[in-house]
Ligand binder design. Structure first.
Ligand code: FES
Length: 111
């Protein structure tokens, strides 16, 4: 897994949703109930930008058709049969890092 520093975003306990770029990917960075989560910014349903959505009950809600995905796991809501890719977060002092696995990391089960 490779770690990427997210520029211009500091850790906070305040809620937020922000689209950032790391490792060539568009990432939706979410602050929710004091924790920070990272996930793909493109909705698996039809590609809408999840960073324009909202959070409720531990899930991000897509603003377009209201599909939901668990912030911690990316698991889609009941009946959706889909999932959202999520990424590891590491807080180092006042900096946020997102961990992105390569194709080979995933195939070989590397952390
Ligand atoms: S594009 Fe997100 S729910 Fe349809």
């Amino acid at each position: 897994m490779k770690w990427y520093k997210i520029p211009d975003v500091e850790p906070t306990k305040e809620p937020f949703i922000k689209k950032v770029k790391a490792g060539g990917k568009n990432i939706c960075l979410v602050g929710y109930e004091g924790k920070i989560y990272a996930m793909a910014s493109s909705c698996p349903h039809a590609g809408y930008d999840l960073s324009e959505g909202l959070c409720a009950k531990g899930k991000i809600v897509c603003p377009y058709h209201r599909y939901t995905y668990e912030l911690a796991t990316g698991k889609g809501g009941e009946g959706q049969n889909d999932f959202l890719e999520t990424y590891a977060i590491d807080i180092r002092g006042e900096e946020i890092y997102v961990g992105i696995k390569s194709f080979w990391d995933k195939v070989l089960g590397r952390k």
